[in-house]
Design a protein around this ligand. Sequence first.
Ligand code: X8Z
Ligand code: ZN
Length: 646
Amino acid sequence: MKNLAWVIAAATLALAGCDGGNNQSESAKGAAPSSAEAVSYGADTTAAGTVAQADSASGTLDAQDAKAFLDSAQARLEKIAEEVSHASWLASTYINVDSQYTEALAVERYTSLAVELAQQAAKFDDVKLDPETRRMLTMLKQGLVFPSPNDPKLTAELAQIGSKMQGMYGAGKYCPGQKTGDDEPAGDGEETCYTLTEMGQKMANSRDPKLLKELWVGWRKVSPPMKPLYERQVEIGNAGAKELGYDNLSVMWRSKYDMPADAFATDMDNQWSKVKPLYEALHCHVRAKLNEHYGDDVAPASGKIPAHLLGNMWAQEWGNIYDIVKDDDMEAPYDLTQLVVDSGMSEKDMVKVGEKFFTSLGFKPLPKTFWERSQFVQPRDRDVVCHASAWNLDGKDDIRIKMCINKTGEDLITVHHELGHNFYQRIYNDQPFLYKEGANDGFHEAVGDTIALSITPKYLKEIGLMDEIPGEEKDLGYLMQQALDKIAFLPFGLLVDKWRWQVFNGEVAPGDYNKAWWKLREEYQGIQAPVERSEANFDPGAKYHIPGNTPYARYFLARIQQFQFHRALCDAAGETGPLHRCSIFKNQAAGKKLRDMLAMGASKPWPDAMEALTGQRELDASAIVDYFQPLMVYLQEQNKDRECGW
Ligand code: X8Z
Ligand code: ZN
């Protein structure tokens, strides 16, 4: 998602909204100057600033100073954040040297202000404050995704690296005829090249292992030139994190979840251990089916699955190979792509379908500007960052999505995902700047996905996309289809940031970047590269969120949370049947519950928001496990004579 904060994240820094709670005092104290030091409000000489400065001169900062400081800080950040948003929108929708230059300048200004303010916030560490003020100061200190040290040169360099890498990814193409290994372009420049969107479609639909392997290898040619940039970015970001009092960026990133950094990592591992049996059962079954389809030479019956055969460029979601995985008698109740195509709807109509779900729950319709300013389809005449995102450019109503929509079921789900971000951004837009965020970043990722869990046959019939609601005999096919996306994703969702945490804390040196990436891919996902890899490759860089600097643990959290949210909302709607048959479309009680929680933004620690919606204060994987229970029974039966694991 992109909101004011996220836009900036994409460009190397962000005001991500979560209180680091007690962790803040644990990790940020080191760098905190004494509270007697003067607090400067920069160029902004508001009355509040003057009061605080006068007080600080006498060495006694107090709660009133803190409040005045926060008011001033938020006003200043909000103003520059809006400028960054517009520059970033341009840089993402018209990739060229000028838009990157402009974006980098805006980001540089924002970073230097945010770093300055974060360092000033630390001056209140020893001041007695009410919990609300303390929370805001903590959030201010933790806001940046990639902080730079307080050095204008490094701030500029960091901003330029961010814009450049994002542009390299967005403009990246695979040109089969192109020479590799030197800088000379092949032929006369007339060769055919494929965009990532085109290659993604082929990875989804082709069953030709040779082509799949070629595309897999081909796309990964965009990332090696990013490696030195990434290395440098980590170096500067780590120095920035240190100045803010964190040991390194890894600690800083893990400190945004209302618990100590290490406790957060442990919680992720705990959740993983609960869903792992489901993943292992799915992996075992899928491997056997791939073996039946492709034979031993292409898809061996044991060991790790070759990564190019799973219907997705990163093997992160496997729903596109449902046709290979299903049994002959396991017809899914619908083929969402077919329904989209048969309906004759346009890309914009797909967004209208999504909007209608949200408005049926009592959300305000999207503003006119959303329809005027969003990017729904890939422009023909220029490079853009196609990776889907949702933006709020002004912290109020200038919300937009940026996608390169294909008329597929997968993209209809992604439309709901993106709209979830937009409706969240809009409903918390009365909150103060620092609270215009998700309760944590996983919440933000979970909203649209939660709604998409309600895209059931009953719902599709209600909106006229299906004629009949199929009987229960089709449920297993539906659950398999869902599991191929939702369950298959879990280890990937976990490992992307495991890799980054190791890179940030120095456990993995630049000389081992790719090796460490594949170690995690093999260990957690049980997949392997289809061709040999080395440190001449930089495969993490071929995944958007690495050059785009978007933390990834959020997606793992969201996969767990969305089933908790779905269960709670179905409960509120009075649905008593199985969770996979529940749709909350048009249900006012569920709508109110969801809206009330979302409107909290980041104003309270996330367990409060979780409790408001679900009555629980923790992550609870039992919801996702329960949802897939009937499938688990089936998988266990199928796997009973197979040797699972890798
Ligand atoms: O990046 C996204 C969204 C935008 S926040 C399209 N997702 C992750 C990905 O594509 O890798 C959604 C699922 C995981
Ligand atoms: Zn998202």
